[in-house]
Design a protein around this ligand. Structure first.
Ligand code: SF4
Length: 367
């Protein structure tokens, strides 16, 4: 079983905090959809797994026209073996949606949508350079329910430097009032090259950041959400199957500019440049990376410590004997600091310490 990721690298405008590769050259989109279709056909010769999840991510997939979504999905269904209970996710921005759009994409088999709400404060949305406002955010959720979607996720951004805990609490109240089964919550980072970085936006201070993170965790727990990955919360059974498969290192096929694929410990990359991708030289332009044992070990640590299950200690002991001693020493060090703990065969991170997980992972990494 495997996942398929379809990348839509177009955005109508650039949000002030975003460092993802994307383009606002929308005139390239028509040709790009043709290229996606050609790539799906081309890759079907090389990638023979049954597909259990499909994920449209971006950029902004909801900039696709209804007929473009249909064309892409029908190509996939015609060529690949997609299992009957496949999870098919579509990322969208609130201001692109209409009941007609949502009803149509649902009829093509999309059964999970992830909406980039980010905040229920017009002030936050404006400073972040988002195109939508709070009214549109509410409307988008209402329309999604009315179109028949049950599996709906909303994105939340916290750690905004111009906010405080009181404002964040108010904001969170709006999110949980939606009664959605899934939330993805990301801490704002000031990444190089973004408008925030160029305008010297200051990062929030660590204690405020921690306070907001703890409020987020407690609030989600109080409404029965499972914190199943550093940035993801869900009601029982509503975890993102697609993302979970990434974290478990299952094979996946990435279609589109900048997309990458993974199988048998090899990673294949498509070029990021949309104009180059549109030339459709799918074999010539691909970059390949074969992971060595050290890199595979590092990935197990990196991915395992970010999910609730943690890292399987016996697996590391048996498969990576050469790194086990370091692994054990580093684990002990962080256990003594009350950051990590052992449950059965699993090494896990305490929820309140997930906020520093990057530092912990760095310590485990074999160079
Ligand atoms: S945050 Fe989303 S919508 Fe905004 S520029 Fe980045 S990818 Fe586009």
């Amino acid at each position: 079983m495997a996942g398929m990721y379809i990348h839509i690298p177009f955005c109508f405008s650039r949000c002030n905090y975003c460092d993802y590769y994307k383009t606002t050259d929308l005139y390239l989109k028509k040709k790009y959809v043709e290229s996606l279709i050609s790539e799906i056909k081309y890759r079907s010769e090389q990638f023979k797994y049954p597909i259990e999840t499909i994920f449209f991510g971006g950029g902004t997939p909801s900039l696709l026209e209804i007929y473009e979504v249909e064309k892409i999905l029908s190509t996939i269904y015609n060529i690949f073996e997609v299992i009957p209970q496949a999870e098919v996710t579509f990322e969208c921005n609130p201001d692109d949606l209409s009941i007609e759009y949502l009803t149509n994409i649902r009829s093509f088999g999309i059964n999970r949508i992830s909406i980039g709400i980010q905040s229920f404060s017009d002030n936050d949305l404006q400073i972040m350079g988002r195109r939508h406002n709070v009214k549109q955010a509410y409307k988008s959720i209402e329309m999604a329910f009315n179109a028949g979607f049950q599996n709906i996720s909303a994105d939340i951004i916290y750690g905004l430097p111009w906010n405080n805990i009181k404002l964040f609490k108010e904001n969170l109240k709006q999110f949980i009032s939606l009664k959605l089964p899934h939330f993805s919550a990301y801490h704002l980072e000031i990444e190089t090259g973004t408008n925030f970085f160029n305008n010297k936006m200051k990062k929030i201070d660590d204690s405020e950041s921690f306070e907001q993170y703890m409020l987020l965790c407690d609030t989600m727990q109080n409404i029965g959400m499972q914190h199943y990955e550093v940035s993801n919360y869900c009601m029982v059974g509503y975890f993102s199957r697609h993302n979970f498969a990434y974290w478990q290192r299952k094979p996946y096929l990435g279609i589109g500019a900048g997309a990458h694929s993974f199988h048998e410990n090899c990673r294949f990359f498509n070029p990021k440049d949309v104009a180059l991708y549109n030339m459709q030289n799918f074999d010539e332009i691909i970059e390949e990376e074969v992971l060595n044992k050290k890199e595979i070990y590092n990935e197990h640590i990196l991915l395992g410590l970010r999910i609730y299950e943690g890292v399987n200690i016996n697996f590391i002991k048996n498969k990576f004997t050469e790194f086990y001693r370091n692994f054990n020493d580093t684990a002990k060090k962080w256990i003594n600091k009350n950051v990590l703990f052992v449950e059965g065969d699993w090494l896990k991170c305490f929820e309140k310490q997930w906020i520093i997980i990057d530092r912990v992972i760095e310590d485990f990494i074999e160079l």
